[in-house]
Design a protein around this ligand. Structure first.
Ligand code: C2O
Ligand code: CU
Ligand code: CU
Length: 495
């Protein structure tokens, strides 16, 4: 192990590209990983069950249990996992804008954890971040009002510095928020029938079937990546379409891997939504790229009756030679869609979906700079991950923001790899990337934004309500190994 790592480190430091490619392809694909997707027969796609909660005194109440479980991703092979109200992942929580919600979260995973509502705008005390730790055997109860546009959000562990391993083992689930404006639209909305959530997660397995999770170099630097893609926990899933159009809600729920996603026949599809809501208008494309924590809603037309495969393509913007060296030119099957001979007609997708304010940079009262950095003896497994030269400190408030103000946050990346920066509390807008206006898929509401090496991305954020001088919200890289290593900061919203 030591000599293998030393050799790899030597190659990374200055070795030849060709040799490194061969070496690491063997490293990732043959030595390290006990299973590949080919070991599985295609299976029907698992659809997470829906939890609508229970109305108690007018409050929609969800009882959630973090628990240990055993899952079979490969037939006859047991994998120890974590889940919420189940063995792996959690139920899809459905709620409506304007509702009051209570979450009761009980932790039985044998170590402290948290449950964070990613993308939701709520008080810091309810955020489920690193300051709302739930000890083993304890229950954390919190309440908030749903103040969101309709979209797909998610929840996951946010335990410093164990978010990476806990999410990897399964502590994540989806949130569907609905609202009036969206309900009026003629979009596919039948959950599991023509409105399908897809949680994409790459995983690596040991020969005994257990999850392989490593934070040694290169997994620390690149983030933990696996060679098997799970979709809602299913390896090699297929889905039978009973309608001419299918709405897919994609979440990149991986710890670190970026995916560029499209269909194997190159067909166009319509993107209708981003992280925090629908786009103003759908737009046609053939590929989208999702970094960890990013979401997209797309509509695919299968009225030609032909089976089609959703797959990933080698990601151009995860940059660098390093990716190829790490075996990251892997392409994955995501989902085989098999149209049923009897299909229901689907409505035309409206040209206009919702309306959003034009982002107006002149409203900003100030600009804050955030510089994402990787440094130190990275190759030797040391290394530092920081924002503005600081690694995460639970006892330090990095930024103080005034409520009811609009700000520009300028994110700069001086490191060699792209980082998906996520900001709690707000759904923001992207003003520009190196001065260039955002692509159509990024013109809507976002809570996570990829910042490429040497890129400067300007965001417009509005901080409305929920002041709390003592409890911070987080901003961080959503490559979970980077987050756990300290690429995270804290801000408070004050009166
Ligand atoms: Cu998805 Cu701070 O988290
Ligand atoms: Cu979040
Ligand atoms: Cu990062």
């Amino acid at each position: 192990m030591i000599s293998r790592r030393a050799t790899l480190a030597g190659l990374l430091a200055g070795g030849g590209v060709a040799t490194a490619g061969v070496l690491t392809n063997r490293y990732t694909r043959q030595w390290l990983f006990g299973f590949s997707a080919n070991a599985a027969e295609p299976k029907s796609l698992a659809i997470p069950k829906v939890l609508t909660g229970e109305m108690r005194n007018g409050v929609r109440t969800y009882d959630l249990g973090l628990q240990k479980g055993v899952s079979q991703f490969f037939d006859g092979v047991d994998t120890a996992t974590l889940g919420i109200n189940g063995a792996y992942l959690g139920p899809t929580l459905k709620m409506r804008a304007g509702e009051n919600v209570q979450m009761n979260v009980t932790n039985k995973i044998g170590e402290p954890s948290t449950l964070h509502w990613h993308g939701l705008h709520l008080p810091a005390r309810a955020d489920g971040g690193p300051h709302q730790v739930i000890g083993e055997g304890e229950t954390w109860s919190t309440t908030f009002t749903v103040k969101q546009r309709a979209s797909m959000f998610w929840y996951h562990s946010h335990m410093v510095p164990r978010t990476g391993p806990q999410v990897y083992q399964g502590l994540a689930g989806l949130i569907y928020v609905e609202d009036e404006e969206t309900s009026r639209l003629d979009l596919p909305v039948e959950y599991g029938v023509d409105d399908i959530p897809l949680v994409l997660q790459d995983r690596a397995f040991n020969g005994d079937g257990s999850f392989l999770y490593s934070t040694s170099m290169p997994s620390l630097m690149m983030g933990m990546r696996g060679n098997v893609l799970l979709v809602n926990g299913t390896v090699r899933p297929y889905f039978e379409a009973r309608t001419n159009k299918v709405r897919l809600r994609l979440l990149n729920g991986s710890n670190a891997r970026f995916y560029t996603i499209g269909f194997d026949d190159g067909r166009t599809f319509q993107q209708i939504g981003s992280d925090g809501g629908l786009l103003e208008s759908p737009f046609k494309t053939t590929q989208i790229t999702l970094a960890p924590a990013e979401r997209a809603q797309i509509i695919v037309d299968v009225s030609d009756g032909q089976p089609v495969r959703l797959r990933t393509f080698a990601t151009p913007n995860s940059g660098m030679m390093m990716d190829r060296m790490m075996g990251d030119d892997l392409a994955f099957e995501v989902l085989d869609i098999i149209p049923n001979a009897q299909r229901a007609k689907s409505p035309e997708i409206p040209d206009r979906l919702i309306s959003l304010d034009q982002p107006d940079a002149t409203k900003a009262v100030r600009t804050r700079r955030f510089v994402l950095e990787m440094g130190g003896m990275m190759m030797m497994g040391g290394g530092s991950f920081s924002i503005n030269g600081k690694t995460m400190d639970m006892n330090r408030i990095d930024e103080t923001v005034r409520v009811n103000t609009t700000e520009i946050w300028q994110i700069e990346n001086t490191s060699m790899m792209p980082h998906p920066l996520h900001i709690h509390d707000v759904q923001f807008r992207i003003l520009d990337r190196n001065g260039v206006p955002p692509a159509p898929g990024e013109m809507g509401l976002k809570d996570t934004v990829v910042v490429a090496p040497r890129e400067v991305v300007k965001l417009l954020l509005n901080f409305s309500d929920y002041t709390d001088p003592d409890r911070p919200y987080m901003y961080h890289c959503h490559i979970l190994e980077h987050e756990d290593a300290g690429m995270m900061g804290q801000f408070v919203v004050t009166a």
